[in-house]
Design a protein around this ligand. Structure first.
Ligand code: GMT
Length: 374
């Protein structure tokens, strides 16, 4: 099949999932065309059936805001026609679903029929999409999609609650390629950050308020009162300086390592003993799944789709949003009991294996087949 995949190229779960999906589809023999405004950061595979088309957003002195959606639509029309695509798969509804809808109409006027799949990822529904300045367009584009998927049942429910959606939403969970995540070993170079064998706790995100990273630091401070520990924070974003200030105020800055944006996610997880996810809202929590695949138990909140990923008292523990005392108690329960930590490490990996790409890829292929045949 010839598949056009639209995604945001930046650091963020939706772009990661779209890119990994595209690369896996290409490995299965499909021809995959990525369409994005810059090269997706995880797109590092070369193969004869992988292509990348950049959306050039042209500026003009008249424009105060760049017309990204129009440029994207034109690129979708162009690539669909010239590469004779069978299907478009857009990740993140805003504005990708509405651009795909318009491209589909334009292509129909030129005699080419092409269905489009919309995958909802989270903030496109729970934060941004609900805003009245986007809602009517997003609602319409969801209803007009040939197939709609959501990355968790929680996100499916949120979509039905917030929007007037008349069509079926299928849940296809996010995935990881288990073989890319290794069991912690000497090759992790853990001693670089933990020279005296301190426990390593980690968190990876885009440092947006929804992640509540100050809670990560508060949990860490409570843990470090009782056991020697280091905290690795990977990523960057609007909350970074608040988080640094809090770490200074709490007197833990010397044990917190700010890595900034990094592609070396596997390396960070490889040296981690526990992963912290303190989000206020999370449709899935891809980084928690990546941690579990790396044998790292997850101490998380119980919001949104996280309970569908992190199994309480098995792959980690779940607490109410903001309950840093409970999260610290759970972390210490594992860190103070070596056999229990080891048991949870194995269970985390076992839980992650349910989301291996080998199980999820056929679900997307089945959706594509159905959409192109109807
Ligand atoms: O979490 C973010 O801030 C990034 C966002 C995105 O659009 O890339 O992540 C969303 O999609 C991920 C992939 O499906 C999910 O794992 C995240 O849970 C979801 N984020 C939220 O719902 C806040």
């Amino acid at each position: 099949m010839k598949i056009g995949i639209v995604c945001y190229p930046t650091f963020g779960g939706s772009g990661v999932v779209a890119t990994e999906l595209g690369m896996a589809l290409a490995a299965e023999g499909h021809q995959v065309h990525f369409i994005s405004y810059s090269q997706p950061f995880r797109l590092d595979n070369f193969s004869g059936n992988l292509f990348y088309h950049e959306v050039p957003v042209t500026n003009y002195p008249l424009f105060e805001f760049l017309p990204y959606e129009i440029s994207l639509t034109s690129k979708l029309v162009d690539v669909s026609l010239h590469h004779d695509l069978d299907i478009l798969h857009v990740h993140y509804a805003i504005p990708h679903a509405s651009a795909a809808y318009l491209a589909k109409q334009i292509l129909a006027s030129r005699g080419k029929k092409i269905p489009f799949i919309t995958t909802l990822h989270g903030t496109d529904i729970t934060l941004v999409g609900r805003d009245p300045s986007y809602k009517p367009v997003i609602e319409f584009a969801i209803n007009e999609s040939d197939c709609v998927t959501a990355v968790s049942d929680s996100l499916r429910q949120d979509t039905l609650n917030y929007f007037n959606v008349s069509r079926n939403i299928e849940v296809i969970p996010n995935f990881i390629d288990l073989q890319n995540y290794a069991r912690p070993s000497d090759k992790c170079f853990k001693e670089v950050y933990s020279p005296n064998g301190e426990f390593v706790l980690s968190h990876i995100s885009n440092f947006r308020p929804v992640k509540r990273i100050s809670d990560v630091v508060r949990v860490f401070e409570l843990v470090r009162r009782e056991v020697p520990a280091k905290l690795i924070l990977a990523g960057d974003g609007p909350e970074r300086s608040n988080v640094e200030n809090l770490a200074r105020e709490l007197g833990v800055i010397g044990d917190v390592i700010f890595l900034g944006k990094t592609k070396a996610i596997e390396r960070v997880l490889c040296m981690s003993d526990l992963y912290l996810m303190t989000s206020e809202s999370e449709s899935f929590g891809l980084s928690a799944l990546e941690a579990m695949a790396s044998y790292v138990p997850v101490i998380s909140t119980n919001t949104g789709g996280i309970p569908e990923v992190n199994s309480n008292n098995f792959s980690g523990f779940l607490s109410n949003v903001g309950d840093v005392n409970d999260m610290a108690t759970n972390a210490l329960k594992l860190l103070k009991d070596k056999p229990l930590l080891e048991k949870f490490r194995k269970q985390a990996r076992e839980q992650a294996s349910q989301f291996d790409i080998g199980k999820i890829l056929p679900l997307y292929e089945e959706v594509y087949t159905r959409a192109t045949q109807s």
